[in-house]
Ligand binder design. Structure first.
Ligand code: ADP
Ligand code: MG
Length: 205
């Protein structure tokens, strides 16, 4: 069980994230087919496979996050590419100079990543986007808890946040073109965000 997120644990996170995205690629695209254009799973699988091919052995978390962000921006495409890219690039800035992030440091780092998504996409909670999974994941973190416990709570909050997008009417992204017809389906990006945070909790657990 890890007590801090160092390059080894973060690399394990990305490997698990890529494995999950590949395994759930069809499901994520199915969710996107219902309220978007059906490419979210394929977009992310392409991006995370490129990340794994590119990653190597980064010297520190900042370099790791920067490589992930740049690679996602360059390969994912769609709305989610620049959004997930901003997420990792803002985390790269927030971890500058740290070799490892413990439970006290992680809330600030994840919050910086989520702020990057919000700055780029301008979505608010309730708009039926990835922010509806990411914002609760930040809110659920407890700086004083053991790392594995706080990451598990954060991942559970993201999962609940993604499930809570079902009745929402999309106000951002492609799904917003559907208006009220976007209700009744989970948001694909919120679902993939919950998968990413689950992979992190597994990597540290
Ligand atoms: P595209 O919509 O261009 O096909 P994707 O299918 O890969 O891109 O990603 C769609 C997801 O992107 C949505 O489910 C939503 O979670 C997220 N998204 C779209 N626009 C925004 C936004 N402005 N802010 C936050 N997330 C967004
Ligand atoms: Mg799409």
């Amino acid at each position: 069980m890890a007590d801090a997120l160092d390059v080894a644990v973060l690399t394990e996170w990305l490997k698990r994230a890529a494995a999950t995205i590949n395994a759930r690629q069809a499901y994520l695209s199915e969710l996107d087919a219902a309220i978007g254009d059906g490419d979210h799973g394929a977009n992310l699988a392409r991006g995370f496979n490129a990340v794994i091919a590119k990653l190597g052995t980064p010297a520190d978390p900042a370099i790791l996050f920067k490589t992930v962000g740049m690679t996602l921006i360059g390969t994912v495409g769609g709305a989610s590419g620049p959004l997930y890219g901003s997420f990792f690039l803002e985390m790269a800035k927030a971890v500058q100079g740290s070799a490892a992030l413990d439970a006290a440091a992680w809330p600030r780092v994840l919050a910086a990543g989520v702020a990057g998504v919000v700055a780029r996409g301008k979505a608010e909670p309730g708009d039926k986007t990835m922010v509806d999974a990411l914002a609760p994941a930040v809110a659920a973190l407890n700086a004083a808890a053991p790392l594995a416990d706080t990451l598990a709570a954060s991942a559970a909050a993201a999962r609940q946040g993604a499930e809570a997008t079902v009745p929402m009417i999309a106000r951002k992204g492609r799904a917003s073109y559907l208006g009220e017809r976007s209700a009744g389906h989970p948001d694909p990006g919120a679902t993939s965000s919950a998968m990413l945070l689950a992979a992190l909790a597994e990597a540290a657990g």
